[in-house]
Design a protein around this ligand. Structure first.
Ligand code: ATP
Ligand code: MG
Length: 742
């Protein structure tokens, strides 16, 4: 048997070696779906059934795509560069670059990321004098993207009421603005590419004839448009459809909020006439206790397709739970624990810190940073999203495409050049009446505004002239100087880090030319587009991933969403609290709650050997201190699997604060007291009838809650209790409340 196939179990082997036909592998976390998919690619190539050029594979994140290329490179002595393996957006971008004319785009079209898109929508509303209270920009963005992801252009959106009709009108105006400016938002990349294939028969036939094998990882998270795109590319319904090989797990569907449809799996099975769904049941990733916890959690969901997972790895260690008094305490403890793991020989990149919401990372980052522990954040405030980098990229975008109004407005007066808001308004009015881009309108502008903004346009033209023959990284270096960006941040006393980031952008460009952008696998065409445009799409699509290339051994920080498909020896899931995980916006309806539970299932199943769940009783989030109870997910895990590292109820007392009369502020805002509390043995406060701050209590009417603050003493003593999302926070007279410790 081929060496490739040696380490597969019987079901995996059957999946890898299926004949070229539609196949669906439906299996739980860590059962080897991705491994099967990658091995199948290698097997198809090795046995000569297909060539690198006639195969297309879709993964969910850039990190996953890179990992797949890496693994493939290790299995076979082939050049994987230039193969069509990437994310949906990445592959669509590539196709659109190659056929920009047919797609109705300028050659150098630029990609708007989510925040650019929001800025463009706000600008549109302003230009059209639309009340942004009636049409909140974010909500409109959601509306537009939702429709694009379902495949609806403005004329296809069903609008039964006036309000929706107006929103559809704005959607159309927004699309017109993007077209004028030569930019595409993320969902537009998908829809444009789909329409290109739909409308242009030669191009469609070309790709249909070319891609004989299409492989899709994380199929459960495809949205409607992506499914239709796959169907089209696979020449579904023709005499010679491509063999589509899809792997997925309904229990890990976590993008429902963005329009993903688990129903696609059912449709796929029916429409592509999948002969037999293959199930994989052995989990090779996680120790038994971790797997048991995951199985127990997900069992609470309804409408599952149903799978069993088992492992022969033994139970392993219990799941460790740490309940901290505050987020700061949580972060401190985690960092101490991480340092211990590293001292014991763990490699940092095998340790992940996961959180439900991006905002949680700040405290964790701060703590890691001040303890000198190397870490890397995926997602969140990514390198290419930092302010100074976006400024620099805006100059580059103007070089590539002067009609990009978003880029124009970002830097026309940055660094300041004395161009006032009035001048810009005049320019925008003129551009609207001529129906041209801002840049193209400038020469027609008279008077003072014409002179001031004309200077900016001349500067950009000069940049274009001087850099036209330079290699990419020198272009970047040049614009940093001539734009005045470097000088601007040099003059800023706090600009040092930003200056370093700008230098890092030059390195990123150099790196991009050397490594990421080399052509190409055997029998492949060169990647389309000029280096600058390719680099700019890379910046929009692959935001952040560049830093990881440094190969530094660093702790991995990311949201649970970003962790999908990945695995680590040790995983910390932080903030496992009601309101945070499950998220408060998802607690009130069953469908969203089930999505939160799948998210928890994804989080738990990332761990190989060691899993930590941490929570804090108080937390600063979005500028407010919040108090929370432990997450309901704790109740779904069998108690025997958990090891509570602190007393379940955090013992705490702060006598100096009690009896103070007025002071209802929660004591653990005071950090020094907090630190002390965490180390000193629990004390009881007589004032509170033996109850303590942080204690879990039961109230006859309100149920279980956590005491978060106390005020007054004796007969006047009052306690503030958080009874969770349904009941909320209550201030109760201690003498009347009849609280029972739980
Ligand atoms: P997820 O649902 O989280 O994406 P998955 O089903 O894609 O998980 P993989 O990531 O492919 O699972 O595999 C999980 C781990 O198990 C990997 O480390 C993989 O190398 C390992 N593994 C898979 N199959 C085998 C096998 N037959 N023998 C040994 N190890 C295996
Ligand atoms: Mg996988």
């Amino acid at each position: 048997m081929s060496k490739l196939l040696e380490n597969l179990n019987a079901e995996q082997l059957a999946a890898v070696t299926l004949p070229p036909q539609a196949a669906l592998i439906l299996a739980g976390a860590g059962s080897g779906k991705t491994r099967v998919l990658t091995t199948r690619i290698a097997w198809l190539l090795q046995t000569g059934q297909t060539s690198p050029a006639s195969l297309l594979a879709v993964t969910f994140t850039n990190k996953a795509a890179k990992e797949m290329l890496l693994r493939l490179g290790a299995m076979l002595p082939i050049n994987t560069r230039g193969m069509w393996i990437g994310t949906f957006h990445g592959l669509c971008n590539r196709m659109l670059r190659a056929h920009y004319r047919e797609a109705g785009l300028p050659q150098t079209f630029q990609i708007l990321d989510t925040s650019d898109q929001l800025a463009a929508i706000k600008r549109l509303l302003k230009a059209m004098n639309v009340d942004d209270e009636k049409f909140p920009p974010r909500e409109l963005q959601h509306f537009i993207n939702g429709n694009k992801e379902a495949g609806y252009r403005p004329p296809n959106v069903e609008a039964w009421d006036d309000y929706t009709r107006q929103r559809v009108g704005l959607y159309a105006e927004y699309d017109a603005q993007c077209q004028r400016e030569g930019v595409c938002d993320f969902p537009e990349l998908m829809l444009r590419c789909y329409e290109l294939l739909e409308r242009n028969e030669p191009i469609r036939r070309h790709y249909q004839a070319r891609f004989r094998h299409i492989l899709v990882d994380e199929f459960q998270d495809t949205n409607r448009l992506q499914y239709l795109w796959l169907k089209m590319l696979a020449a579904h319904g023709s005499e010679t459809p491509a063999a589509v090989f899809a792997v997925g797990d309904d229990d890990q569907s976590i993008y429902g909020f963005r329009g993903a449809e688990v129903g696609n799996m059912r449709d796929f099975e029916g429409e592509f006439k999948v002969a037999a769904v293959i199930r994989l049941e052995q989990n090779y990733r996680s120790h038994g206790n971790i797997l048991d916890a995951a199985n127990a959690i997900i069992a609470n969901n309804s409408k599952r397709l149903g799978k069993n997972l088992w492992t022969d790895q033994g139970s392993g260690e219990p799941i460790r739970v740490y309940q901290a008094a505050s987020d700061l305490d949580e972060a401190r403890w985690i960092v101490e624990e991480i340092q211990q793991l590293v001292r014991d020989g763990a490699s940092r990149s095998d340790i992940a810190l996961l959180y439900r919401s991006n905002a949680q990372s700040r405290v964790l980052e701060h703590q890691l940073f001040s303890s000198g522990v190397a870490y890397k954040v995926y997602g969140g405030l990514r390198f290419f999203e930092r302010q100074e980098i976006k400024h620099a990229l805006a100059y580059l975008r103007l070089l590539a495409n002067p009609d990009d109004d978003t880029a124009f407005l970002r830097v026309v007066n940055f660094p300041t050049r004395g161009i006032g808001a009035r001048s810009l308004e005049q320019l925008q009015d003129a551009a609207r009446s001529f129906n041209t881009s801002l840049y193209a309108t400038v020469p027609h502008l008279s008077g003072k505004p014409g002179v001031a903004i004309g200077g900016f346009v001349r500067m950009v033209e000069e940049m274009r002239h001087v850099t036209s023959e330079l290699p990419l990284y020198e272009i970047v270096d040049h614009i940093l100087d001539t734009s005045g960006l470097r000088a601007h941040y040099k003059a800023d006393r706090e600009g040092q880090e930003r200056l370093e980031n700008l230098d890092e952008l030059v390195s990123a460009a150099r790196y991009f030319m050397n490594e990421a952008d080399q052509p190409v696998a055997e029998g492949e065409e060169a990647l389309p587009g000029d280096p600058l445009s390719r680099f700019l799409s890379h910046a929009s699509l692959e935001a952040g991933d560049h830093q990881a290339e440094a190969g530094q051994d660093a702790i991995q920080l990311m949201t649970v969403h970003a962790a999908k498909g990945l695995e680590f020896d040790a995983v910390f899931i932080t903030g496992v609290e009601e309101g945070l995980f499950p998220h408060e916006q998802s607690m009130n309806d069953l469908a969203s709650l089930e999505e939160e539970r799948r998210l928890m299932y994804v989080a738990v199943t990332r761990a190989r050997q060691r899993l930590y769940l941490t929570l804090a009783q108080s937390r600063m989030l979005h500028g407010q201190t919040r108090y929370a109870m432990k997450s309901r997910f704790f109740d779904e895990i069998p108690e025997a699997l958990l090891k509570w590292l602190t007393p379940r109820v955090q013992a705490w007392s702060a006598p100096s604060r009690f009896g103070g009369g007025q002071n209802a502020a929660p004591p653990y805002q005071n950090e020094s007291v907090l630190a002390a509390s965490h180390r000193s043995p629990p004390q009881k406060s007589r004032d509170l009838d033996g109850l303590r701050i942080g204690q879990l209590v039961r109230h006859a009417r309100f149920g279980e809650g956590v005491i978060v603050a106390a005020q007054g003493s004796g007969e006047d003593a009052k306690v503030q209790i958080n009874f969770g999302a349904d009941v909320g926070m209550k201030l109760l007279m201690l003498s009347m409340a009849k609280l029972e410790p739980v």
